[in-house]
Design a protein around this ligand. Structure first.
Ligand SMILES: Nc1nc2c(ncn2[C@@H]2O[C@H](COP(=O)(O)OP(=O)(O)OP(=O)(O)O)[C@@H](O)[C@H]2O)c(=O)[nH]1
Ligand SMILES: [Mg+2]
Length: 431
């Protein structure tokens, strides 16, 4: 993955502050600046306009647009990024006055996703969202799409140039939707296979850059059977992760569990993108427990939490047990943390970087997974020896004995596995 800004663009960011806003405009613009950086651009200035309502034709005031034009000349800016989604007409009108490439927040996020997507399915999902964004805006986008150099807002997944012809776009949307249906079928098959192992699944969710991938790496490192090659990508940049990864961790009681990492969220995440990524995000639906990772250094914890919870609601998964994991406590004094406890029930404060409280977190996962255990002795016939391997790999087995009739193992087994393999049980006791 290319981490250095490619094709650096000189960017001006523009936001409107409405009286009805509940988000601090400064926080929102800081975040927009991060997003520009993640897309490979450099922010050279920001303009904020206070308004009573959004101008339907220009988004900002027309006078402000002229001011921006002059500002762009002075600072040699080539791209202006707006903090909200713009209509096709607004894009067109703004470009007419400012005469620079105009991008909105949605397009910026789509663009970042396009440059990050690596899996076939990820690329299709991003492309679908981009085409759906583009379709009602073809008039407004026409000019800068043909500008030389391309850059932010013109990139499709895998460096592909994005389609500008309406009929092609409509056809392509259909094709991608069909391809994604196929991909879903394959994923369902894989999941069914996985369910055979009946290991509990824990899903990491949260705002982008909260530390989900870092936490996943620390958790898999704590497994006795840790394999370095299983590490996932962690990096200080928005949307470092786009694809879902599934790894194995181990609970203090010795049982393995599966842990999934997935794409992070951000405020005003484009609806088309959420829609397109539902396939990938679906993995969260199959989790037994959700770890909601929150970055304590973020200046607006409530917004961070709310954004994630809104998406979890949309995915219809908020009935699952959720642990709020406040991460990066090495970087800030947590006694001063301010947040509204509305969505925070079970919680823990950790530092993935320094390993603080990770053992406690694993214990908490174990206690909150809806799993019951039983102490049992199984006698596994020699023609089912791969089952012995399954138990040895995924449980803390307390004894193994080889007898004439098969392998006798004693372990603390989950109720699901107990029911599944009850025919091999020769002795059990409920604990
Ligand atoms: N100081 C500190 N930094 C951390 C901690 N956990 C993660 N980070 C850093 O935060 C940055 C983002 O971490 P990631 O694990 O990539 O975050 P993520 O949630 O997976 O982000 P996306 O995949 O982009 O959604 C990296 O630079 C990490 O090193 C922590 O406990 N303390
Ligand atoms: Mg990540």
């Amino acid at each position: 993955m290319v981490l250095e800004p490619i094709n650096e663009e000189r960017v001006l960011i523009v936001g409107v502050e409405l009286e009805t806003d509940f988000i601090d405009i400064k926080d929102s613009m800081d975040e927009l600046e991060e997003l520009v950086y993640a897309a490979g651009g450099k922010v050279l200035g920001r303009i904020i306009q206070k308004k009573k309502s959004i101008d339907p034709a220009y988004f900002i005031g027309r006078g402000k647009a002229i001011e921006i034009k002059n500002y762009c000349e002075e600072l040699n800016i080539n791209t202006v990024v707006f903090n909200d989604e713009l209509s096709g007409a607004q894009l067109r009108n703004l470009e007419d006055i400012i005469d620079k490439k105009i991008i909105d927040r949605t397009n910026l996020i789509l663009d970042i996703f396009a440059t990050r997507a690596t899996s076939k399915e990820g690329k299709l999902q991003v492309k679908l969202a981009q085409l759906k964004y583009r379709l009602p805006r073809l008039v407004g986008l026409r000019d800068y799409l043909s500008r030389e150099g391309g850059g932010i807002g013109t990139r499709g997944p895998g460096e592909q140039k994005l389609e500008t012809d309406r009929r092609h776009i409509v056809r392509e949307i259909k094709n991608i939707e069909n391809a994604l249906k196929e991909a879903k079928k394959n994923r369902d098959i894989k999941r069914k296979r996985r369910q055979k192992s009946s290991l509990p699944i824990v899903a990491l969710v949260g705002y982008t850059n909260a530390g989900k991938s870092t936490l996943l790496n620390r958790i898999i490192e704590m497994d006795v059977e840790y394999d370095e090659s299983k590490k996932v990508f962690e990096y200080d940049m928005f949307f470092a992760t786009l694809d879902t990864s599934l790894r194995r961790g181990r609970l203090p009681n010795g049982q393995s569990f599966l842990i999934t990492d997935t794409v992070g969220f951000v405020n005003k995440l484009p609806t088309h993108l959420i829609e397109a990524f539902k396939g990938t995000l679906e993995e969260i639906k199959y989790a037994d427990l959700i770890l909601h990772v929150v970055d304590v250094t973020n200046s607006n914890l409530d917004l961070q939490i709310q954004t994630t919870m809104d998406i979890l609601k949309e995915l219809d998964v908020i009935d699952k047990p959720i642990i709020t994991v406040f991460n990066k406590i090495d970087k800030t004094d947590i006694s001063n943390l301010v947040y509204d406890g509305k969505y925070v029930d079970k919680k823990i404060f950790i530092s993935s970087k320094e390993g603080t409280n990770l053992d406690k977190l694993l214990k908490m996962i174990q206690d909150n997974l809806p799993i019951e255990y039983k102490d049992v002795t199984l006698l596994i016939p020699y023609d089912a020896q791969n089952l012995v391997n399954y138990f040895l790999e995924n449980y803390k087995v307390s004894s193994v004995e080889y007898s004439a009739n098969g392998t006798k193992i004693r372990l603390n087994i989950s109720l699901t596995d107990y029911n599944r393999y009850s025919r091999y049980v020769i002795k059990d006791e409920i604990i």
